[in-house]
Design a protein around this ligand. Sequence first.
Ligand SMILES: [Zn+2]
Ligand SMILES: [Zn+2]
Length: 397
Amino acid sequence: MLNANPTADRDGRLAAEVARLTEPAIAVRRQLHAHPELGLEEHATAAFVADRCEALGLAVRRGVGVTGVLAELDSGRPGRTLLVRADMDALPIEEADDGRPYRSQVPGVMHACGHDGHVAIVLAVAEILHTLRATWRGRVRFCFQPAEEIDVGARGMIADGALDGVDAALGIHLVAGVQTGRLIVVPGVMEGSCDTFEITVTGVGGHAGAPAGAVDPLPVAAELILALRELSLRPRAEPAVVTVAQIQAGTAANVIPDEVLLRGTIRTLDADERGPLREEAAAIAAEIGERAAAAVRFTLGDGCPALRNDVAETARVEAALVDGFGAEALMTIEPTTGADDMACYLERVPGCYFGIGASDLAAGPAHPHHHPAFDIDERSLAVGVEATARAALALLA
Ligand SMILES: [Zn+2]
Ligand SMILES: [Zn+2]
């Protein structure tokens, strides 16, 4: 029977559950950290997550959005359906060899963004909400998403029904460079839109000593990089950046290659600027392509919109976090041109995505996300578990 006042002793039980699950969460994070998988290849991670959720008695769907997992926990009472999302993918980075015992065992692949921690946190939250299921109403759908870093994971999950019947969504990110214990809550736009583009410049290869006999694609690529960079330097009301971050070409110092591949991103905080920026980048590529002897092909991915936290849902999350951690734990930040495809869920349903400080700054400055020596202060996992559980309960109330 439902207790007349089911939430009365919930805080104490929640704290006890967080304490009980802290060591296991660290163990899960370390195991995932040692066995990272790239986007859409998260087979072992997904199997691990799905098995854990099944063991809890959750209704599990595997292979959602290629390698994603949806696990549903039903309180048995009518109420909202809340999506709680964790991303699972790692990055193509060789991890620094600095003696950390949980270093990646996969050459060239590393959890350098903290997604291992997100999975560990959300698995613990699933266990807590399961234990406390007599104290809340509605359903929670835990969404373990692949391929956040390559911008296709959320889209695939949504196409496969992740948001069907969902009323609100909750997402988290561990944040290096912010002290463990601090929580970052931003109502409204928190991160910019992000569109990935790819440009291939195709010429005719040849001998470096006889460039006249070739159509060298490299100078064309250089011109493209500089012209696209101009878009970032232009004065604007809201920040926007166009960055070429990847170049592939050539095999030797004395061989002109056939082709150059450029890849990069277009990011803006101004939703009205997203379309025009994409069009301008395409126009620059077309214009340079017209003048060049080499062929220029510009393609744009689906991208993700700016990440917008719903003001009302975020206020509920904020109140719950102040309750649990005190107002001094919370901080806000200016919106950044970072991006997270959590934005794709929040474009469709209201919700909140918040940051969890994950560095011990007393021990020195933290390496940034995507750095080969990136790491988290594992004490942030307990904070993350409690904060995410409290936020979820607030959005279910
Ligand atoms: Zn990342
Ligand atoms: Zn990330």
